[in-house]
Design a protein around this ligand. Structure first.
Ligand code: SAH
Length: 261
């Protein structure tokens, strides 16, 4: 009996049936094999699932950040791109984009998204800049900075937080960030001077080493004031002659900048 040919295919239906077994327990398996092949092809042709937090991140930027007048398009783009939910404990992922700070363990917090964006905008990060952050915490602010400047140096005083942030930043591919465990009050002398310094824990007074390590023309953004109370978010600029100009921008509440005992 001649084998019926299958159009467009070099293998005949006859050979196909012979190879895959026409009947099994009295039922033909050909439709199953075909259905399986079609399913495989459909799955393979589907695009990768979109980041399921993308919509939440977009709402965060438009409703919490742009609505409060943060305008720098580079800062907005960075806030849109960094997956904040991967910087918070996994039990908190679904609240990562809400309008408040979140606990990250060890009595510390990741700042409210608006405060991260505002501090970043005030620092006017330039593409060729070198930035220092004091208070790595989760690494989120460092990741935002890393999208905007050439190099980021960040210091965390609590070893478990610093080590976890370093691992996370590496795993997520933020390769222009260096993390150090130590006392950020002293700055990072070997990498100084910095165009931008962000301090995300509050000292009672501005640490003199940070002013020294600020480049002429550089910007330091820092919450200054009493521990466990309201502080003032200050923008401090050093001009070409080394003169310091300080402006109070906003009342804020940060965790204290601690010192080693
Ligand atoms: N920027 C962080 C949040 C900062 S919370 C983020 O994006 O997640 C403030 C952090 O500053 C805490 O992790 C705290 O341990 C750290 N810190 C406090 N005092 C410090 C000091 N002297 N030097 C470095 N880090 C300090």
């Amino acid at each position: 009996m001649p084998s019926p040919s299958v159009p467009g295919d070099s293998i005949s239906l006859w050979t196909f049936k012979a190879r895959f077994g026409t009947m099994k327990h009295g039922r033909c398996v050909v439709p199953k094999v075909l259905a399986f092949t079609v399913c495989l092809a459909l799955v393979a042709s589907c695009p990768a699932p979109p980041d399921s937090f993308e919509a939440a991140r977009e709402r965060m930027v438009s409703q919490q950040i742009e609505a409060r007048d943060v305008k720098d398009p580079r800062v907005l783009a960075a806030m849109r791109s960094v997956p904040r939910h991967l910087f918070v404990p996994s039990s908190q992922r679904w609240t990562a984009y809400d309008d408040h700070p979140l606990a990250i363990g060890h009595g510390q917090t990741i700042s409210q998204p608006y405060i991260v964006a505002l501090m970043t905008e005030l620092a006017r990060p330039g593409a060729g800049d070198r930035a220092l952050e004091v208070g790595t915490g989760s690494g989120y602010q460092a990741a935002i900075l890393s999208r905007l400047v050439r190099e980021v140096y960040t210091i965390e005083i609590l070893p478990p937080l610093g080590e976890e942030a370093a691992r996370r930043l590496k795993d997520l591919g933020y390769s222009n960030v260096r993390v150090r465990v130590g006392d950020g009050y002293e700055g990072w002398v070997e990498a100084a001077p910095f165009d931008v310094i962000l301090v995300t824990a509050a000292p009672e007074k501005v640490p003199p080493p940070l002013l020294e390590q600020l480049k002429a023309g550089g910007r330091l953004v820092i919450p200054v004031g009493p521990i466990h109370d309201v502080q003032s978010l200050q923008l401090i600029e050093k001009d070409a002659q080394g003169r310091i100009l300080t402006r109070d921008m906003l009342p804020v509440q940060f965790v204290p900048l601690t010192r080693p005992r």
